[in-house]
Design a protein around this ligand. Sequence first.
Ligand SMILES: [Mg+2]
Length: 427
Amino acid sequence: MIGPAVAWISMARPSEPILHVDLDAFYASVEVLKDPSLRGKPVIVGGTGSRGVVTSASYEARRSGVHSAMPSVRARRLCPEGIFLPPDFEAYRVHSNRFREVMLSFTPLVEPISLDEAFLDVGGATRLFGEPPEIAGKIRDAVLEGLGVTCSAGVASTKFVAKLASAHCKPDGLLHVPAAQTIGFLEPLPVGRLWGVGEKTADLLGRLAIRTIGDLARTPEQVLQRLVGEAAARHLTQLAHGLDEREVIPYEAPKSIGHEETFDRDLDDDGEILRELLHLSGRVAARLREDGYRARTVTLKARLANFTTLTRSRTVRDPTDVGADLFHAVGELYRALPGTGRRIRLLGVQASGLERAGAEQLALLRAGRWDDVERTLDRIERRFGRGSATHATLLDRDRGRPRSPAAARDPTLDPGFRPSGEPPYNR
Ligand SMILES: [Mg+2]
């Protein structure tokens, strides 16, 4: 009899199933990984121009009072010895993808809220990995091992308490707030820490001498209503009592990433059609790299002038996020289409069978091999805008062809989109 009872206990949902995991001084930490000679120094990311703003500061810089969102002019005054660096979002994204991978190895219920923080619901993971505080510890170890940066984790019964807890124990900390101690934990914190309380609301509350979350919890909701309105009063009262019904909404990986284009006049020249496919392949590959995926399957879609739609798919041997590989596949699929002299209304390239590229990307980055041509193009485009760097073959593709802005449509941005009377994209 003991066996089943024990099993039942270990399967019961824990009272604090929510984790908030936050990488410490993320951008600055990645810069230290890239250049270990920066370790222990006041590294400040962002604000390299005279009018810039700090986006991340190492804890050494924070000791001088520098923090993110601070104008760089002020940061330079506070920390003249600071090492100011431009942000390298490519490296941050790769580490962020890896971070997400680590968390997903503990539970599928991961809700990323930015590159460096996420909520997790580990209520269903306890049989495998232990109680939530233990899981939080394992995740912290795995993040340090897999990424080389530290993180902080809050463990609580609700999302907002978990987030306050991780902020409370930064850097490199772990704080478990048992459900029964939630009110006591919240009590002394300033009201400004509450989700949805900005400077303006904090000022309003200050007029009633409501400065801490405890003050707020003791204020009758009717009094708050007169001050901030009914909905906000309800929200604030609930939070002040530790109530937050928001669930962890897991990130859903896309099933496919694709791009298609309808032309204002039908294309009948193979050279021109292949050039369009090269362009579309490049767009899809850039999205794959940006989102940290590689594709196993490449699909060509071609709609003819008579509205017949042809789709052809091919599975590539090695999953790829490189436009030249996608183009190689769709180019062959195009050439193998039946008939000749076809007139094309629409072309599409879609990548599916996606797998995460996280770990491998990180390995490339560490090996210093992060410099192939397409990734260089990504960097140039991010700096100077789309189309600023491109294949020589694509240089004249926009010349002399009017194109309505609505002509380009990305099916992955609009999953419900399917022109009427058309079979599903993939078949
Ligand atoms: Mg952070």
